[in-house]
Design a protein around this ligand. Structure first.
Ligand code: AMP
Length: 303
């Protein structure tokens, strides 16, 4: 499955992408991480983009499009990928559509993680990350077990990114509203939003509900022999998600059902397993296997 995680800086895209990598076994493609790696290695590209990134500006479309074109054509992206931080402008979105279309591929779903600006500011000024493995922490809500030490790789000395300083965050929020948010029009019906102010576990569970719903819709479209999901410039017609740009509100039962027990899964997009004869077990031909979720992920999902 080819997934875009869409939302403002600090909405939790990076945290969620890493969880989805674990759950679904498809890679996270973070343009921010790729660019930071270039800076760390002091490559010509890194030196070129360092200042604009620190200030909270956007790197040029040509650079990030070339990076994603190369990265998505690698073998490990064959079964899908999770885009985190790309596309960020309308030209990037168009370039992505064109590069995938040329390969006979398409984005399956855009998961919007909604989060108000004041929550973003609070999160980013308290965010710390591991420069060694990329793990993300928060000084109040997601502290490492040992102060200033990465739980995942043991690296000592967590980093507060330059672009997570308040001035840079305000600039990045401005860029998001002016240049990234308009992408919503490009993705039409394949954009599904979740409430990013919930706990990370709750957001993960809500995203899993969205992905299950998309998979079910694709299976139905496949059975009906419908064509490409592309509809002119924007996405929408072939995907069949009920609500354009809609928000899926999942109940705890809906979130857990198809993996946690054998009852039917329902979401509020008129999706009805009992009606379509779908079950969690008849997914042999699917692109990815959806794993069973732990009960921890099901707590208080978007009710
Ligand atoms: P992120 O880690 O996604 O918040 O990205 C950090 C910074 O990298 C951004 O503030 C931009 O300066 C740059 N960057 C990452 N992705 C893109 C992109 N798709 N287009 C332009 N600049 C980007």
């Amino acid at each position: 499955m080819r997934i875009i995680l869409f939302g403002p800086p600090g909405a939790g895209k990076g945290t969620q992408a890493k969880r989805l990598v674990e759950l679904y076994g498809i890679p996270q493609l973070s343009t921010g991480d790729m660019l930071r790696e270039q800076i760390k290695l002091q490559t010509p590209l890194g030196l070129q983009v360092d200042a604009v990134m620190k200030s909270g500006g956007l790197v040029s479309d040509d650079i990030v499009v070339a990076m994603i074109n190369e990265r998505t054509s690698r073998e490990d992206c064959h079964k899908g990928f999770i885009l985190d931080g790309f596309p960020r402008t309308i030209p990037q979105g168009r370039a992505l559509n064109a590069m995938l279309e040329a390969r006979g591929e398409a984005i399956d779903v855009v998961v919007g993680i909604d989060c108000p600006d004041d929550v973003i500011r609070e999160r980013t000024v308290n965010r710390r990350s591991c420069s060694s493995c990329g793990a993300i922490y928060h000084l109040t809500s997601m502290r490492p077990t040992v102060d200033d030490t990465c739980d995942r790789c043991g690296h000592v000395g967590l980093t507060h990114r330059d672009d997570d300083q308040l001035d840079a965050v305000n600039k990045r929020l401005g860029k998001f509203h002016n240049e990234t948010a308009p992408l919503r029009t490009l993705y039409g019906q394949i954009l599904q939003t979740v409430d990013g102010t919930q706990s990370p576990d709750e957001v993960t569970a809500a995203i899993q509900v969205v992905l299950e719903s998309v998979r079910r819709q694709q299976r139905l479209k496949g059975l009906a022999g419908l064509a490409s999901p592309y509809a002119g410039e924007g996405y929408g017609a072939g995907h069949g998600l009920a609500a354009a740009g809609g928000s899926i509100k999942a109940s705890v039962a809906a979130a857990g059902a198809s993996w946690a027990d054998d009852s039917a899964s329902t979401v509020t997009d008129d999706d009805d397993d009992s009606a379509d004869g779908d079950s969690a077990d008849d997914d042999d031909e699917e692109i990815i296997e959806l794993p069973k979720r732990s009960p921890a992920l099901l707590k208080g999902v978007g009710a």
